[in-house]
Design a protein around this ligand. Sequence first.
Ligand code: GTP
Ligand code: MG
Length: 388
Amino acid sequence: MGELMTRDVVDRIISTVKNEFEKLPKLNIMLLGKTGVGKSTLINSIFGDSLVRTGIGKPVTSDIVRVEKKDFPLALYDTPGLELKGDNAFVSLSDQVINVITECFTDDIEGNEIHCILYCVNTASHRFEPSEGAFLKRIADKIKGYNVPVIIVLTQAFSRKDAEELKRVIEQENLPVSAIIPVLAQDYPISDELSKRAYGIDDLAEIMSQILPEAIQNTFIALEKANLNLKIRRARAIVTTAATGAAAAGAIPLPVADAAVLVPDQIAMLAGITAAFGFPVDKGTLMTVISGTIGSAGATVLGRTVVSNLLKLIPGAGSAAGGVISGATAAAITFALGEVYIQILIQVSKGEMNMTDLSTDEGREKISKMFVEAIKLGARAAKKNNEG
Ligand SMILES: Nc1nc2c(ncn2[C@@H]2O[C@H](COP(=O)(O)OP(=O)(O)OP(=O)(O)O)[C@@H](O)[C@H]2O)c(=O)[nH]1
Ligand SMILES: [Mg+2]
């Protein structure tokens, strides 16, 4: 029976996550820079390697191609194979960029707007030409009204020293850009045994998440694969909101021993966290993770842990009379549920925990301990909220 109920919860979470994904507005990014600087490599390392390889490109202007993939809320305006030699090439490209951006802001089709421009410069070239600065200034001047942030990405920055130097040179030009970020998107082999480890993609993702409009941040956080902290932060914000809501909603039924008693707000919370982690909405995997978190087969870890520890962990929880618990207790339990789920997703994302670990006795024991700790934390937070 418990098994079935867990499955029912998983089904509800999956359909909620699917809905969330379908609701996500499309993120539109423009990618500029000379051929071979590493634009495709950069995008692959931010969003996973499938987009550039499997996406379908449609020419928008002579040099700009829009790449999209089915059921993936990202449109990439790419400029592949551009030699960009001399001033004329830059003027021609800037005209195209200005046209495309102006059109997407004025065509009345909602969600077409370009959200940010990544301008890539190869660090190893040691050069930032005057025509590149003029190009960025011209674009910025013509699209001022649309507030499209520009980030200069110093690609293939195997030498941090070179990157810092190039960054200083570009900074002196006082360009209208939000940031200049050195990145090595992929490990760079130095010899047979040695390679320079990739770096900087997480910083780039952090900056992007800060400059993107609020409405598009959930999309970016769900899609990006470069910075786990962004996902964790978003997921914790979802948990805080849900716990506050649970406290405000007041009494909820005591989760006696079954996942089936998860209230809709808790299901929505788990779905929101799943979406932030961009977890593959693969039923088998999700089933394992969720049953690992809330338990299965009629004896949920959450239920048992809560019941056996409630009085010890949450002073005043003795008022759980008549199968109903107080708002503060509900908040602590909701907090613990979300926090443990986040911790499991973190460990799975980092490869520190795998699917089989979740269903062993040892795994269950570990999760049970995580719940105890999380409930204590949640109770403390709820108490603080009450006092403050
Ligand atoms: N090791 C390493 N190689 C890189 C990196 N970035 C780019 N490369 C290599 O540089 C070459 C060109 O990279 P791409 O990402 O295809 O460059 P692009 O800007 O998309 O080129 P076009 O699409 O032709 O305009 C490839 O062989 C990449 O493997 C990096 O961060 N590390
Ligand atoms: Mg490319």
